[in-house]
Write a protein that binds this ligand. Structure first.
Ligand code: ATP
Ligand code: MG
Length: 476
């Protein structure tokens, strides 16, 4: 079966042929990278136009009809070869952004660092990038700071564009003229071998853009590919460069790693590559000290992945609450030892300020995250009035789900969870819970029932409409 799928994906014989396209030398070097163009004909791969977004095809044809060259490129080609569904469709062309804008009425130019054309079709955006060049033309269009590319609007040939991309598997071009796949740097074979290899010398490519280290973890997780050992060793030397990466970009990368259905695998890759400790240093220390925190975090990540698979909403507030909770706990314990008046509040504030300077978590997520944490201590109360107030709190649901997460990792919290679960009208709450797939108090016989069911004036409602979970607690 697997073999059949594989043959279908790549064709029975890899019908590659060396290039004889004009302007392409079969074995040239561009920017110290060997270019060896292989053209994989239509019968040598599985990409069919019917799997390509009609809007992307529209863009490709229109550019071609206007006399430009244009290819589908990057993740879409890679994912189509793997028989996956591309998230989006990117186009690379020799047309300059202004020329693209001129051709499409529904086009907007975006980006300062990397100027790009976005062609809008309703909710779908086709990203059109002009081939990036190698040579700095001295115009200031490319800007480097300490070897890092901070701006790159130098345009060039397709060969130059290929070697400027990150991984070989991300540098494949699909041509609409003859439906071939054009491979300049060996990406087609690397897709077959399921291996991530950076184009060019790994330490240089990672210095140029340290976020590529996170992209390594992300693609290894998403695609289940192995990582070229040369990248692993380069990352071990250079991981601290990530500290200098812009906080906003790190937040974006975190979303891509943790909110796209492969959060657990991403976490494990980050951990193995020792990048997690650069992104979340306090959490990493806490996880080493207390394996229960690892259970909590991995459970949260698994549950996030499950919700995405079930097409349920997820929010970074809940996810970051789980990612940083171990750090908050350690810090609160330290504050307590020092005799601080408000050990938890102080811990929450210092973790948030330290972490947001590293990863730019927007306030619309960090505020609900802090509320989720702050409410945890209030679950200890049994006072009628306070219980009622907590049940009516707008963030109760999220905080309750977080309690369930904590109780999963720490059985001593199960009686507390059972108490609140019974108040929050039992079964409906359990089935609507984010952590509905976790063994919560509702299905644990070992749990002690709440001692006494309190009478309340107002029955709190937690019905199925009031869905819970990582996605429903966005304050925004
Ligand atoms: P995904 O399916 O997750 O979006 P993708 O491969 O499309 O994966 P993007 O981040 O959307 O990834 O980038 C599109 C393409 O742009 C990549 O395939 C790669 O060729 C190129 N690219 C993106 N980021 C970088 C980078 N930091 N360095 C070099 N090339 C990059
Ligand atoms: Mg993409």
């Amino acid at each position: 079966m697997l073999k059949k799928l594989f043959d279908r994906a790549f064709g029975r014989k890899p019908a590659t042929s060396p290039a004889n396209a004009p302007g392409t030398q079969a074995s040239a070097k561009v920017d110290a990278v060997a270019i060896n163009l292989q053209v994989i004909a239509r019968d040598g791969h599985c990409i069919s136009r019917k799997h390509i977004s009609p809007n992307a095809l529209r863009v490709l044809y229109k550019l071609r009809d206007a006399g430009f060259t244009a290819y589908l490129v990057g993740g879409a080609v890679r994912d189509l070869l793997l028989q996956g569904l591309p998230k989006d469709f990117d186009v690379a062309t020799n047309a300059h952004p202004e020329q693209v804008k001129h051709l499409f009425r529904n086009c907007r130019l975006i980006g300062r660092r990397f100027r790009l054309a976005h062609v809008h079709y309703g909710a779908e955006i086709i990203e059109v990038a002009t081939f990036r060049g190698i040579e700095d033309d001295g115009s200031g269009a490319r800007e480097l700071v300490d070897g890092r590319i901070v701006r790159d609007n130098v345009y060039g040939t397709i060969e130059e564009d290929a070697v400027r991309r990150d991984f070989t598997v991300n540098a494949l071009y699909y041509a609409i003229d003859d439906y071939s796949v054009r491979d300049y740097v060996g990406g087609f074979q690397d897709v077959r071998d399921r291996v991530l290899r950076l184009i060019g010398e790994p330490t240089r490519r990672l210095r140029e853009d340290p976020v590529r280290m996170l992209r390594t973890a992300r693609f290894a997780a998403k695609l289940g590919f192995s990582i070229d050992p040369a990248i692993v060793s380069a990352i071990s030397q250079l991981k601290d460069l990530l500290n200098a990466a812009p906080a906003a970009r790190l937040f974006d990368e975190c979303l891509k790693m943790f909110m796209a259905g492969y959060a657990l695998a991403s976490f494990r890759q980050l951990w193995q590559l020792r990048l997690f400790e650069v992104l979340f240093p306090e959490t990493a220390l806490a996880l080493r000290a207390d394996p229960a925190d690892l259970v909590l975090l991995e459970t949260a990540l698994t549950s996030t992945d499950q919700r995405i698979a079930d097409d349920k909403p997820v929010t970074p507030a809940f996810l970051f609450a789980a990612l940083l909770w171990p750090a908050v706990k350690v810090m609160a314990a330290r504050n307590q030892q020092r005799g601080a008046e408000d050990p938890w509040d102080d811990a929450i504030h210092s973790v948030v300020s330290e972490q947001t300077s590293r990863i730019a978590l927007p306030k619309r997520f960090s505020l609900p995250m802090q509320e989720i944490w702050s409410l945890q201590s209030r679950f200890e109360t049994r006072q009628k009035k306070r219980v009622g107030r907590l049940l009516a709190h707008p963030r109760f649901r999220a905080a309750f789900d977080f309690l369930a997460l904590r109780a999963h990792a720490d059985p001593t919290l199960q009686p507390t969870l059972a108490f609140w679960l019974s108040l929050a009208s039992g079964e409906a709450a359990a089935s609507a819970s984010t952590l509905g797939d976790l063994p919560t108090a509702a299905d644990g016989e070992a749990l002690s029932p709440p001692k006494k069911r309190r009478r309340r004036r107002r029955k709190p409602r937690l019905d199925a409409n009031q869905t819970a979970g990582a996605g429903d607690h966005d304050a925004g």
